[in-house]
Design a protein around this ligand. Structure first.
Ligand SMILES: Nc1nc2c(ncn2[C@@H]2O[C@H](COP(=O)(O)OP(=O)(O)OP(=O)(O)O)[C@@H](O)[C@H]2O)c(=O)[nH]1
Ligand SMILES: [Mg+2]
Length: 344
């Protein structure tokens, strides 16, 4: 999962990136893209790893991407534009300034949010208008045109002209034919209000908070936290009443936002967490491990993590009958421990 961090200038993107990744940005690196892979903390993987004592333990990973700035949409070179850079992100983290300070105007989270969100809408509108023009020319010339694509693009146009981002229309944002466009306003968005150290409240911006996925991070505080030793961090957490670090909270929210769940594979060689979409079937899960696993899928042996906890060991669970053999139509659940049977 790749999450792109965006926001207006000086909203605290770099600060939040550091808080989320423990990566320290060296000065003068603003123009450069930054990317960091972060391990998804999961107590279940810790436990399974203790139980199986495997050679390797592999946690799921999240990638955070912070595009270099100085490349806003106005830029001529499309390849370099910020929009081109975040095309392949699965979701966006939209940082909104909600702190004051020397040299800063009073925070206006509501209008700041709208400002950038409008840019997404305009960006997608321009792409669609151009594309529709092309398709219309093609039709006039008697070329073969995908009618469904035209219809969907017109629906997108309609939606955007009403100033509604495409992510609000799930039929459009999930339409297979439109995937290649990677519309910015169609990407799931997590809005992060970047608050002062002494404020952990969501701002009074109901127009946003009622409609968008929102959370608060005290960016500066969390940035400091991310750089502390484990012992120092503990005191700090108590002092500022932080129950879970921004790192963990953002990962959790991102999984929810994208509708992702984890399943596990276990053994003496490797205990591993895998990430899939909610609703994925057993062969899809097999396919995330290897395409051959999907092709040759026969059955999946499933034991839920909780049933393993209840039974104590895999063999006990088998005796109790909680290990089940499932076929192609089985919907994988969060926490399933899966053993695939396949032909290659
Ligand atoms: N008080 C306070 N200051 C913050 C917070 N987050 C960031 N700042 C300060 O705000 C300024 C901008 O933060 P950055 O993280 O550099 O913001 P940015 O969005 O990366 O800025 P650009 O890359 O220039 O667009 C810095 O001086 C930060 O120290 C916060 O949560 N509270
Ligand atoms: Mg920055």
């Amino acid at each position: 999962m790749k999450l792109g961090i965006i926001g207006l200038p000086q909203s605290g993107k770099s600060t939040i990136f550091e808080a989320l990744t423990k990566n320290i940005i060296k000065t003068g690196s603003k123009e450069k893209n930054r990317i960091a892979a972060v391990t998804v903390p999961d107590g279940r993987v810790d436990f399974l790893s203790n139980m199986y004592n495997p050679k390797k333990t592999i946690y799921a990973q999240v990638e955070y991407f912070l595009p270099g700035i100085g490349t806003l949409s106005k830029e001529k070179n499309k390849e370099q534009s910020i929009w081109a850079k975040i095309r392949d992100c699965d979701a966006l983290i939209h940082v909104v300034r909600n702190f004051a300070g020397f040299g800063f105007e009073d925070p206006e989270p509501f209008s700041d949010f709208i400002k950038l969100d409008q840019e997404f809408i305009v960006e997608d509108l321009v792409v669609i208008e151009k594309r529709l023009e092309r398709l219309e020319q093609d039709m006039q010339r008697g070329r073969d045109v995908n009618k469904e694509e035209v219809t969907l693009l017109k629906e997108c146009l309609d939606c955007l002209e009403k100033e509604i981002p495409l992510r609000k229309n799930s039929a459009l944002s999930s339409a297979h034919i439109l995937k290649g466009y990677a519309f910015i306003s169609a990407k799931p968005q997590l809005v992060i209000f970047n608050n002062e150290d002494d404020n952990d409240k969501i701002p009074d911006a109901e127009d946003i908070t009622s409609k968008e996925d929102c959370m608060v991070i005290r960016g500066k505080l969390e940035q400091e936290l991310a750089q502390m030793s484990v012992e120092d961090a503990e005191d700090f957490l108590n002092e500022f009443n932080i129950t879970a670090s921004a790192m963990n909270r953002v990962i959790k929210r991102s999984y929810e936002l994208l509708g992702l769940i984890s399943f596990f594979t276990v053994g003496e060689d490797e205990v591993r967490a895998w990430t899939i979409k909610t609703g994925a079937k057993a062969p899809d899960a097999a396919g995330t491990i290897h395409t051959d696993f999907r092709k040759g899928f026969i059955r999946a042996e499933i034991l839920s993590y909780n049933d393993l906890m209840d039974a104590g060991t895999y063999n006990e669970a088998k005796k109790k009958g909680t290990v089940k053999l499932e076929g192609k139509e089985y919907c994988v659940k969060d926490g399933d421990i899966i053993n695939f049977r396949f032909n290659v």
